[in-house]
Design a protein around this ligand. Structure first.
Ligand code: FES
Ligand code: FES
Length: 152
C-alpha cells in the first residue's frame, strides 16, 4: 500500500491490522510520534490525516484515508510551524513526552477555530494528557500561536 507521510509517498507492506503508529515509528522512523497508552486515552500518538487530528494508535494503516502529517512534517527546525514557535517561546515542555501530540492537536484546533477561548482550548486538548501538568503553559502557547497565525 502507498502512504503519504510528511509529503513523501512510501510503499509499505504491513499486516492489515497494524496501527499507523507503528508504521510511523518502526518503519518510517518518525519517533516524534509517541506511544503512551495504545487505547486512544492519552493523545501522545496524535498526527493529522488530511489536517484532522487522529490517534494513530487506533487507525489501522490500511484504513488511512489521506495524507499523514506528523510533528516532523508540521514544520522544520529551520522553519517551525507557528504552533511550534509558540511552544518554544512559551517554554511549554517539561519532560516533553506528551508534547508532540499536544502540538498536533493544537495545530488542528487553530486551523478550525482561529481564536479559541480558554474553555475551547481546554475542550479541544482535554484528550491529551500531560503527566507533568503543563496545561497552563499549553493554554498560553495556544493563545500565542493564535496571534501569530492571525498576523501571518
Ligand atoms: S498512544 Fe494513542 S492515544 Fe495514547
Ligand atoms: S511534558 Fe511531561 S508528560 Fe507532558
Amino acid at each position: 500500500m502507498k502512504l503519504t507521510v510528511d509529503g513523501t509517498v512510501h510503499d509499505i507492506d504491513v499486516a492489515e491490522d497494524m496501527p499507523l503508529l507503528w508504521v510511523l515509528r518502526d518503519l518510517l522512523g518518525k519517533t516524534g510520534v509517541k506511544y503512551g497508552c495504545g487505547i486512544a486515552q492519552c493523545g501522545a500518538c496524535t498526527v493529522h490525516i488530511d489536517g484532522e487530528a487522529v490517534r494513530s494508535c487506533q487507525v489501522p494503516a490500511q484504513d488511512v484515508w489521506g495524507a499523514v502529517t506528523t510533528i516532523h512534517g508540521l514544520g522544520t527546525p529551520e522553519s517551525p510551524h507557528p504552533v511550534q514557535q509558540a511552544w518554544i517561546e512559551t517554554q511549554v515542555a517539561q519532560c516533553g513526552y506528551c508534547q508532540s501530540g499536544q502540538i498536533m492537536q493544537a495545530a488542528a484546533l487553530l486551523s478550525e477555530m482561529p481564536d479559541p477561548s480558554d474553555e475551547e482550548i481546554d475542550d479541544a486538548l482535554s484528550g491529551n494528557l500531560c503527566r507533568c501538568g503543563t496545561y497552563p503553559r499549553i493554554r498560553a502557547a495556544v493563545r500565542v500561536a493564535a496571534a501569530k497565525l492571525k498576523n501571518a
